[in-house]
Design a binder for this molecule. Structure first.
Ligand code: F3S
Length: 80
């Protein structure tokens, strides 16, 4: 299983991820992205059929703000 979180300290609100993977990412009013499955907590398993989109979005982020891990992320952290 994969888990994901957006590091909003480094996201520049470019919007690429929610274009590439709209089932995983959405952006707030300021344009900053978040994982919509779990309100960017990094604790929801990404559904298997979205893993390809996840990889694409991760590769496409210009600031490497999309973190991906095999285990859930720690609370209030971008570390898994
Ligand atoms: Fe931000 Fe990267 Fe998405 S900069 S809007 S997390 S593609």
């Amino acid at each position: 299983a994969k888990y994901s979180i957006v590091d909003q300290d480094t996201c520049i609100a470019c919007g690429a991820c929610s274009e590439t993977a709209p089932d995983i990412f959405d952006h707030n009013d300021s344009g900053f992205s978040f994982v919509k499955l779990d309100d960017n907590q990094g604790t929801a398993e990404i559904p298997d059929d979205l893993e390809y989109d996840l990889e694409d979005a991760c590769d496409g982020c210009p600031t490497e703000s999309i973190k991906v891990a095999d285990t859930p992320f720690k609370k209030d952290s971008v570390e898994a």
